[in-house]
Design a protein around this ligand. Structure first.
Ligand code: 13P
Length: 256
């Protein structure tokens, strides 16, 4: 059984004060829900505060939105894996489409980060997904295949099992236009099949695949009911502590 994983990608939002206010409400609304794995992914500057606030909240984990692949050294403006471990991050989001589009991250760059994350016992939440033009051109499977082979090159089957893949169709991010449950399921099934071809069926059965793109409380249950959807990577709707807690509860309800 794959444990469902719901992650809050706050992107470039939330000051330290706002982070404190978020957790005050969120942890109360979350209650003792532990059937679902919850990961909060604040901007770098708020991670240490989030870590402190989560110390007593067992089960809620932390992630970062990016990192450099190098060891500590002369890389002005960058953050490395050891620094993320230092503030108790378990996860790191890598290859988000915003990083690929605005900061020129290629599969080769993302791959270095994915390998470095594993080398430092951080679990990557690796984002892949097609643009609207690629979907309209019938290229969904080709794009996903290329991103999987490129971004995950050199991983062992065990490392793949510890990786979370986030399928985020670019056209669904921040647009209010969610993929239909069937569109998402089809993409997730293809991703799992590709993982099976490269790393074997056991790894494919274990790897968790999140859906991301305009997830909100109202569409959570239907998406999370799909057999190959193992969670969600939530952007905009994760900034509201009540709404995000509702997404977690709606996911838990699907599990019965
Ligand atoms: P939205 O939920 O705002 O569409 O963003 C999705 C996303 O990019 C999560 O990483």
């Amino acid at each position: 059984m794959r444990k469902k994983i719901i992650a809050a990608n706050w992107k470039m939002n939330m000051t330290i004060g706002e982070t404190e206010a978020f957790f005050g409400t969120f942890l109360r609304e979350l209650g003792d829900e532990r059937k679902v794995e919850v990961v909060i992914v604040p901007p770098f500057l708020a991670i240490a505060k989030a870590s402190e606030l989560l110390r007593s909240a067992q089960g809620v984990k932390l992630g970062a939105q990016n990192m450099h692949w190098e060891k500590p050294g002369a890389f002005t403006g960058e953050v490395c894996a050891a620094m993320l471990r230092d503030v108790f991050c378990n996860y790191v989001v890598l290859g988000h489409s915003e990083r690929r589009t605005y900061f020129g991250e290629t599969d080769a760059i993302v791959n270095k980060k994915v390998l470095a994350a594993h080398a430092n016992t951080l679990r990557p939440i690796l984002c892949i997904g097609e643009t609207l033009a690629e979907r309209d051109g019938g290229l969904v499977e080709k794009v996903l295949d290329t991103q999987i082979r490129g971004s995950m090159a050199g991983l062992t089957a065990e490392q793949v099992e510890e990786t979370v893949i986030a399928y985020e169709p670019v056209w669904a991010i921040g647009t209010g236009r969610t993929a239909t449950p069937q569109q998402a399921q089809d993409a997730h099934a293809f991703i799992r099949k590709t993982v099976a071809e490269i790393w074997g069926q056991a790894a494919a059965d274990k790897v968790r695949i999140q859906y991301g793109g305009s997830v909100k409380p109202a569409n959570t249950a239907e998406l999370m009911s799909q057999p190959d959807i193992d969670g969600a990577l939530v952007g905009g709707a994760s900034l509201d502590p009540r709404g995000f807690a509702e997404i977690v509860h709606n996911t838990a309800r699907v599990l019965g």
